[in-house]
Design a protein around this ligand. Structure first.
Ligand code: SF4
Length: 641
């Protein structure tokens, strides 16, 4: 166990005799391909996010029995601004680092003892050292109980770092009872950690090693029993490679087949696996028998040279397209991860990726720019070659940038081609072509869309009203074509594909689709509208509207400093909603002061802007922040005073 050097500013916790109140927070994710925001908001009411924070539920189970633990997932609920907690633990992946840092700062300033953890703390504990009282880095099973003991004794250390190997037999059953399971599309379980392969960009093998470790079937059975008792139907085995330890995976699958038979096939499973799955018919048969409806595979590239370059040799041993089709033939859907920007890649690679994804019929195709995560072999190689862009974002590889300098194309050309590829993949013709291509091989899908009849009907009605019909006769024609050409037993999967395709289209349109040349007049018109209609408020100083200097019209800031006419909220609300809909402008609503009786108006305004909450920051402070109770799972609630 390493310990950060002693720091005079380090706060120590008092020796604790009473019950310890622990608040664990999963920070809000910035929106990405993975969010499926349109599907969650519009088509699947009641669901707020894809998967719950399994790591926090496991951490909660590792606490002493007399600790009071609360888990808050900011992706489905607002954070508490004044929690009754002795310790606030905030986890995070690289993509959550900004929000994780904000939360650590906020709670630390309020006198809570703050602990940072999660996968980014495991990769780069030094990046969180200054922000937290303690950092927990690596698998938690042994080091978290050590932190709890030290905290109770009043002597927690700055860093708890797992440097050995955790036996997953020692991993407890997660505290699912602390999660709002019904708010998620599927619930996560973990069977294994580690992967035997050596892809150059992969941080999993840096964190978990190349010797896969597994839980026993009995452990998984106990977890499934709890989920079944909670009414969970969809379970996602979050292992980075479910078949990394093949004999153990097969042992579990035999157990799951038996479990499902005994329990009336109450679960629908999905997981992630390497492509060599396609070479083992027995394994695919077992997956099907255990009711695995889909598998996510890191295909990365159809280009053999790029695969070799990145060390993904397991994908070069067989024809990738034939492999995907073989998996389909067992009734299992394939979701795919793809990367562009390898050293071998040129601008032609983008169209080859599009052709491959279309031919393979992969609807959920997560295409990302190659990004180097710290401590990976890729990061180290590019650092040696001086091809890293310092401080460029590296958390979300499906964002519109990367931290690497490509080799055989310019950075600008790469990003431009990437955006085009994303747009091409979400066109109606591309969505329907992929459904047709997949349906040729996937004739007996495991996926049945096991919802009650009323819910099934409501999903279809919403999809038609909010997704298919707004696309006009051409989309309607294509939608009907995909259903008409296939047997009714495949319709649930086809409908699912349309929902996924249109959700990705919505994301791409909002993220990449806006013509930025239109942004200036639109934002300017909104400013002029407010200045013209509410000149009196502006002149008496209760209202201020501005764009952020230097980033002209990319960001609009509206400040409220006192009484503003009620019609301001309705009229300006409509204009702001249109601005957000038609552009990629970010809005900051700065509420410095709110006059008597204006709270209902501001609440109505917030409801109007909620659909674009991802780009709306609410800045306020002190008591007003607490009184307004802005939902931080919808808007970016700025936490600095
Ligand atoms: S197969 Fe997946 S988990 Fe395994 S090393 Fe490659 S990218 Fe990482």
């Amino acid at each position: 166990m390493n310990v950060f050097p002693a720091d005079a500013a380090t706060r120590t916790a008092p020796s604790v005799q009473r019950r310890v109140r622990l608040l664990l927070i999963n920070p809000r994710f910035p929106e990405s391909f993975w969010s499926f925001r349109w599907a969650l908001n519009k088509i699947l009411p009641g669901k707020r996010a894809l998967n719950p924070p399994l790591g926090l539920a496991t951490l909660a189970a590792l606490c002493p029995p007399n600790w009071d633990v609360t888990v808050v997932d900011e992706n489905i609920e607002s954070i508490p601004l004044e929690p009754q907690a002795d310790i606030v633990g905030v986890c995070g992946m690289a993509v959550q680092l900004t929000r994780q840092s904000e939360l650590l700062n906020y709670y630390r300033k309020r006198g809570h003892y703050v602990v940072a953890g999660g996968s980014y703390a495991s990769l780069c504990p030094e990046r969180l050292e200054a922000l937290a009282d303690s950092v927990v880095s690596g698998e938690a099973e042994y080091i978290w109980p050590a932190f709890c003991r030290d905290f109770m004794a009043g002597a927690p250390q700055r860093l708890y770092q797992e440097s050995g190997t955790v036996d997953l037999a020692d991993s407890p059953t997660p505290r699912f009872d602390l999660l709002q399971l019904d708010k998620y599309l599927s619930v996560s379980l973990q069977f294994s950690r580690g992967c035997p392969y050596r892809c150059e960009f992969c941080d999993i093998i840096v964190m978990f090693g190349r010797q896969p470790r597994t839980k026993s079937p009995a452990q998984i059975g106990r977890e499934l029993d709890l989920l079944r008792a909670s009414g969970v139907k969809d379970v996602f085995f979050v292992d980075d490679n479910f078949i990394g330890h093949l004999p153990k995976a097969k042992e579990l699958l035999h157990y799951l087949v038996d479990y499902q038979r005994r329990q009336g096939y109450s679960f629908q499973f999905g997981t992630e696996a390497s492509l060599n799955l396609a070479g083992d018919d027995g394994l695919m048969h077992l997956l099907r028998s255990a009711n695995f409806g889909w598998v996510f595979i890191g295909i990365e590239s159809p280009d053999e040279e790029s695969l070799r370059e990145t060390g993904k040799s397991q994908n070069t041993r067989q024809d990738i397209l034939a492999s995907v089709r073989r998996i389909y033939s067992h009734g299992i859907d394939v979701l795919g991860g793809f990367i562009v920007g390898f050293d071998n890649d040129t601008l032609e690679t983008f169209s080859r990726q599009r052709q491959f994804i279309t031919l393979a019929g992969i609807q959920v195709a997560m295409v990302g720019l190659l990004t180097a995560l710290p401590r990976t072999p890729l990061f180290e190689r590019l650092a040696r070659e001086q091809r890293l862009i310092p401080e460029a974002p590296h958390g979300d590889n499906t964002g519109t940038g990367s931290n690497i300098i490509p080799k055989r194309m310019s950075y600008g050309d790469m990003v431009g081609a990437y955006k085009k590829l994303c747009r091409d993949l979400v066109s109606d013709s591309s969505i329907s072509a992929r459904i047709h291509n997949k349906s040729r091989d996937l004739r007996q899908p495991v996926y049945r869309g096991d919802y009650p009849l009323a819910k099934r009907l409501s999903i279809i009605v919403r999809l038609m009203a909010l997704g298919v019909l707004p696309g006009g006769p051409k989309r309607w024609f294509r939608f009907c074509g995909t259903l008409g050409a296939n047997a009714p037993r495949t319709w649930p999967l086809i409908i699912n594909d349309w929902i996924s395709g249109l959700a990705m289209r919505d994301y791409v349109e909002r993220r990449l689709g806006s013509d930025r040349r239109r942004q200036r007049p639109t934002a300017q018109a909104t400013m002029e509208f407010i200045e013209g209609r509410f000149a009196a408020c502006l002149s008496r100083g209760s209202l201020l509207v501005s764009s952020v200097p230097g980033v002209a019209f990319d960001r609009l800031e509206v400040t409220l400093r006192g009484y503003v006419e009620p019609q301001f909220f309705s009229r300006t609300g409509r204009r702001l909603e249109r601005l957000l809909r038609q552009s990629t402008v970010k809005l900051t609503l700065h509420i410095e002061e709110l006059a008597e009786g204006q709270r209902p108006h501001i609440n109505r305004l917030l409801r109007r802007l909620a659909r674009y909450g991802e780009r709306v920051s609410i800045r306020t402070s002190g008591n007003l922040r607490v009184a307004l109770a802005v939902d931080s799972s919808v808007f970016h609630l700025v936490l600095e005073d």
